[in-house]
Design a binder for this molecule. Sequence first.
Ligand code: IMP
Ligand code: MG
Length: 174
Amino acid sequence: MPDTLDVLIDHATLAGKIAEMARQIESDFGDEPVLLIGVLKGSVHFLSDLARALRNDTQLDFMQTSSYGSGKSSTGVVQIRKDLDINIEGLNVIIVEDIVDTGITLSHLRELLSTRRPKSLKVAALLSKTEARKVHPPVEYIGFEIPNDFVVGYGLDYAERYRNLPYIAILREG
Ligand code: IMP
Ligand code: MG
């Protein structure tokens, strides 16, 4: 049996919400420049949309962490596989995440980046599964609260598949 994909959030709804998040960030930061840090690979489409919607002076950089292997649940051990190129001291940093699930990845990233003395440190997550939280790092900008189902699309994968879908779908394995 093939996997089943049930659309949870369509492309137009994602685009509308990301524009709203950009307006919120603009109103919080005013004329100040921001640095968006995309957490690879899941944040790619969200980061790209958010960056293009923002009218602030905006820089981009990337990090990659790994905690999932190829399965559906976190191993709880967060490794940095790619670190930043930019020195973030004194900058307004916004970590851009696809989804906050247990919160373990984000909590680790917040701790690590705050030791580098940014001027401010915030988080924008497209999706949040509040029910699945094991630790509770602050998430200043949340696109959508979703149920505790495994989702794919718009950057999110299952074993590296489905990242290209232009919508978010609940994955049910065949
Ligand atoms: P956390 O450390 O448990 O919060 O997990 C964070 C990372 O796990 C996210 O950035 C995603 O890459 C991945 N993840 C969590 N839930 C899902 C899901 O439902 N689908 C795909 N990836 C997920
Ligand atoms: Mg991720």
